[in-house]
Design a protein around this ligand. Structure first.
Ligand code: MG
Length: 167
């Protein structure tokens, strides 16, 4: 692959590490609000993002390219509510989807088929991520004034675990 594509993949790897940072900050907000289930949801989300970053790290190595780590931006630490946090998460995922489309365009232009197939996994994953966040936003809106339902959702998220996807 050419330098431009290698650099773009490297940027994306760092963006995935930054995404982990974003979700861990959301987890910390939830923990501070004593919403341990929601905190767990975001801790697992952060683990997924780190897995995404490492998947790109490994791909760069496989293609004889060096993964170069950068400083991560400061994530947003304060939120108004769970709905606010999930809406930010959804916007973050939509931004990430656009990044993968740009990467796929670049790989397509370079006729870098190996990278295009590699990126397909992430593009599929983004469909799942957006659906996940959108679904939770809809639930949170529906149970807005129902604190029992809200705490049931918190309890449900307490059992979310990280399972590394099969290759
Ligand atoms: Mg990701």
């Amino acid at each position: 692959m050419n330098d431009k594509l290698a650099q773009a993949l490297n940027d994306q790897m760092n963006f995935e590490f930054y995404s982990a940072h974003v979700y861990l900050a959301m987890a910390a907000y939830c923990s501070d609000e004593s919403l341990d289930g929601f905190a767990n949801f975001f801790i697992i989300q952060a683990e997924e993002e780190r897995f995404h970053a490492m998947k790109i790290y490994k791909f760069l190595n496989d293609r004889n390219r060096r993964a170069t780590l950068t400083a991560l931006g400061e994530p947003k630490n304060e939120y108004d509510s769970m709905l606010d946090a999930f809406e930010h998460g959804y916007a973050h995922e939509q931004q990430n989807t656009k990044r993968f489309y740009d990467l796929a365009d670049l790989a397509l232009n370079e006729r870098e088929h190996a990278t295009m197939y590699f990126l397909k996994w992430f593009i599929d994953e983004q469909v799942e991520e957006e659906a996940l966040f959108d679904g939770i936003i809809q639930k949170l809106k529906r149970i807005e004034k129902d604190s029992n339902a809200f705490y049931m959702l918190d309890a449900e998220f307490a059992s979310r675990t990280f399972v590394a996807p099969a290759e």
